[in-house]
Design a protein around this ligand. Structure first.
Ligand code: IMP
Length: 429
């Protein structure tokens, strides 16, 4: 038995919610280790639909949930989300939810700067979620962030706010945005403190105990490898490392504790926000994938860009994140298409390249090289075994495995929890 880390292998929205929920039901504890309330997971359980952004998915299954130090926590968003899921009947108490006392806080000035900078970027905007994620991570590495533990020390808060406001008000005024008033922020934080602090603790210590007690830990990634601040399509990325290695540093365990790395990939490709997307389709097929796949962002509501499966990109994600198995989702969306294309690499200035290069110029110039695969006329929707799948659909999956150089260990064939083909139990390693 091992632990499992689940990460997105494309640009996010790969259908992690369903897979994480399925795995969470078999785990003892679920840990978020990066990102913030820019993430969005929709979980359908019985007749309830839960929309989670910051809370680990395990809450829905009554599991112990941990928000690690690598997450940036907006305390207002956290409390609002807790209130929302409580109203749906879930139990959220300091017994079921623990938050790292060394996690960085998102304050109202973070979304203000995030949005003002996006406006200033004009056509070159990143398309952020506007939740203040980038500025909060910047503060963390600049060593001026306010962290959860600071909420217990009014004097520390006051001094840190002075430093923050010196920085932020200068920037905001330069961007034509009204400055923040220290006293308002301070009083706001002091009012939140008694509601947040009961959840706070050194989670690394609890994780150590859980590990020694042989508990199964599920590390729940947010965003995806191609949005990783180092390995993604920089600068059109999020501001954290999204690869599985971050599960260790973002929660306070050693790398060996992370266990099996499961990468989630959609049977085609989508992206929200700006940035390179070599296999994007601007035609009727792209429209069809978006309509059938209901490709709208959970957090932003924006329509996702859609395109063919990019095996070169997923292969790259497999390598940089150490993905050991792929959970392939939304295969049923491709049902009935006469032929499918899989990108095997890119032609850049006449030369073939098996990966997406780091330079923005080369990324923009990358023209996908496609392999054409015959489609299938039958339905793959709801299949629960390989035998239920049209033969051509099996061939498509097998070709993907070869090209991305990782086995498909889980196949999801509809939004329903049980419409899943499990080839290998990730908790078995
Ligand atoms: P930020 O994380 O809000 O700074 O946004 C940076 C980029 O990451 C933008 O392109 C967002 O659309 C994208 N992004 C952030 N969170 C998610 C997510 O959960 N799914 C998909 N894209 C995301």
């Amino acid at each position: 038995m091992t632990n499992v880390a689940v990460i997105g292998a494309q640009w996010g929205d790969e259908g992690k919610g369903k897979v994480v929920d399925w795995l969470a039901s078999r785990a003892d504890v679920v840990v978020r280790f990066q990102g913030g309330h820019n993430a969005g997971h929709t979980l359908v359980v019985g007749n309830q639909t839960y929309k989670l952004s910051l809370l680990p998915s395990g809450l829905v299954r009554g599991k112990l949930c941990i928000i690690g130090n690598g997450v940036v926590v907006d305390p207002d968003a956290l409390l609002a989300e807790i209130a929302r899921v409580r109203a749906q009947g879930l139990t959220v108490t300091p017994e079921t939810l623990r938050v790292a006392d060394n996690a960085t806080l998102i304050l109202p000035l973070h979304p203000a700067l995030d949005n003002a900078r996006e406006v200033a970027r004009g056509d070159r905007k990143i398309g952020t979620t506007g939740r203040g994620i980038g500025p909060a991570y910047e503060d963390k590495v600049a060593r001026r962030a306010i962290r959860i533990a600071d909420l217990a020390e009014p004097e520390t808060l006051s001094a840190k706010l002075d430093e923050l406001l010196l920085h932020y008000n200068t920037l905001l005024q330069g961007l034509g945005v009204a400055p923040f008033v220290k006293e308002t922020l301070l009083q706001g934080l002091l009012a939140l403190a008694p509601q947040i602090l009961p959840f706070a603790e050194p989670v690394w210590e609890r994780l150590d105990e859980l590990r020694r007690g042989g508990k199964r830990i599920l590390f729940e990634g947010a965003q995806a490898v191609m949005l990783d601040v180092d390995h993604g399509t920089y600068p059109f990325v999020t501001s954290s490392n999204t690869v599985a290695a971050t599960a260790a540093s973002g929660s306070g365990v050693g790398p060996a504790a992370v266990g099996f790395v499961l990468g989630i990939a959609k049977a085609y490709t989508t992206r929200v926000g700006s940035g390179p997307f070599p296999t994007e389709l601007h035609d009727a097929t792209g429209q069809l994938l978006g309509d059938r796949g209901r490709e709208f962002g959970t957090v932003t509501g924006r329509r996702r860009r859609c395109g063919w499966f990019d095996a070169a990109l997923v292969r790259q994600a497999v390598k940089v994140a150490g993905v050991q198995g792929i959970a392939l989702t939304k295969l049923d969306i491709l049902d009935g298409l006469p032929e499918l294309k899989i990108c095997t690499g890119y032609r850049i200035d006449g030369a073939f390249c098996r990966h997406l290069p780091a330079s923005p110029g080369a990324q923009a110039a990358a023209v996908p090289e496609y392999e054409t695969v015959e489609g299938w006329s039958g339905s793959s929707r709801g299949a629960r075994s390989w035998a239920d799948l049209p033969a051509q659909a099996v061939k498509y999956v097998r070709r993907i495995e070869e090209l991305v150089e990782a086995p498909v260990t889980l196949l999801s064939t509809s939004p329903e929890r049980d419409d899943t083909i499990m080839v290998r139990d990730p908790f078995e390693g």
